[in-house]
Ligand binder design. Sequence first.
Ligand code: SF4
Length: 437
Amino acid sequence: MSTAPKIGIVSLGCPKALVDSERILTALRAEGYALSNTYEGADVVLVNTCGFLDSAREESFDAIGEALSKNGKVIVTGCLGKEEGLLRQKFPDVLSITGPQQYESVVEAVHKALPPKHDPYLDLVPPEGIRLTPRHYAYLKISEGCNNRCSFCIIPSMRGDLVSRKIGELMREAEKLASAGVKELLVISQDTSAYGLDLKYAEDTWRDKTWRTKFIDVAKALSTLGIWVRLHYVYPYPHVDEVLEVMSHEGVLPYLDIPFQHASPKVLKAMRRPAHQAKTLERIQAWRKAQPDLVIRSTFIAGFPGETEEDFQFLLDWLEEAQLDRVGCFAYEAVTGAVANELPGAVPEKVKQERRGRFMETQQKISRARLKRFKGRTLDILIDKIEDGVAVGRSYADAPEIDGLVYVSGAAAKVGDKIKAKITRSDEYDLFGECVA
Ligand code: SF4
C-alpha cells in the first residue's frame, strides 16, 4: 500500500486556472505526492478558486467551506486568493492563502502542511531537483525579473518586474542542495542586491527562526550552511556594505560580481544604470579596507551609443584606479527592442572593437599584477576536473565558467574534492600551485 502523502484538489474557474492546477499537481506528483478523488482520502485539500463573477465567488466560498468541513486541512489558491483578508475572516482555519500565478508558494504551502517523502526507488526527481551543473556546485536563483530599465536591456519587458522568492522556500532549496553534496552555491538573479524589495522584505521562517526576505538576511542564512556561497549580479548600493561583514572563506566568499558596464557618468546615465550616481571608486576602496581579501569581477560595454573617446579614456583611467580582479568586456551590440537603439551617436564597429581591445589590454596588466599577490599563500581549491594527472579547480577568487583556474600538482584528488594548495606562480588569468593537504 502506498504511503505517499495524498493531495485532493477542487479546481474552479477558467481554463487558465485549470492549467495552474495542472502545473501545481505536476510539480507535486514529481515530488512523490499521490492524488485523492475524495475528501476523506486526502491528507490535504487544495482549492483553486475563481473570483471573476459574484456567482463564481459564491461557488468558491462553498467549495472552501465544504473542504474544511469534510477534510479540515485546506490550502486556498487562485484568483480569490487576492482577497486574503476577506478569506481569513470567513475561513480562519485555512492553512494558507495564495493568489493566482503564485505557483511556487502553493507548492511551498503543501510542503509545510504535508512534507514530501522522498523515495529514491520511485521518485523521478531527486529531492534537490534536477540540475545541469556538476554535482559539486549549483546555481541558486533568488528572484525573477527586474525593476531597473537599463536602456540596452530587454529583460524587464520579457520577464517583467522583480519577483523575489520568499527566503524560507529559498533556504530550504539551498539546504537540500547542500545535503545532496553541493559545495558551492552561486547566487543569481537580475539584481541580487534588490532581493525582497517587491515583497517589502516580508518575514518568513527557516530553521525555527524569523528572517526577512532581504539581501543581508539571505547572506547571513546562507553563511550558516557550511559551504561556499558566491554572490553574482550585485549592484554597488550602500546596503552592500553590510554583506561585506558576513563574508568569510567558509561561507559567503569575499567575492562580488558587480556588472559596472561603464564608469563615465554621462554614459552610465544614457545606459540608465542602477546606482550610477554612487561614488563607486570610494565604495570599492572602503570595501577593500573592510575585506582585504575581496575579489571583484565585473563586465563592461565598450562603444555604447554616444561614447566619445573622452568617455572611453575616463573608463580606462577608472579601471586603472579601481584595480578590479576579473573583467569581461563586450563591444556594444544593438538588441532588438532596446531603447538604446534610438540613441544618437552610434559608434562605428571598427572603433568599438578597437576600444574593446584597448580595454582588455589594460585589464590584462591589472589582472596579472593582482594575481601575483596570491604567490606563497595557501588557498582552498575546489576541484572541477583532472587533466593529465593535474587537479584543476578554483579558489574563492574564481567563479566557474567565467574566471580563471588553479592548476594543482601532486594532488590525489577527485572532482568535487576541496584541497589545500600553496600557490607558486601566476599568469594573467590562472594560478599554479602544489597540493599541501
Ligand atoms: S541590465 Fe538592467 S534592466 Fe537588464 S536585467 Fe540587468 S539591471 Fe535589469
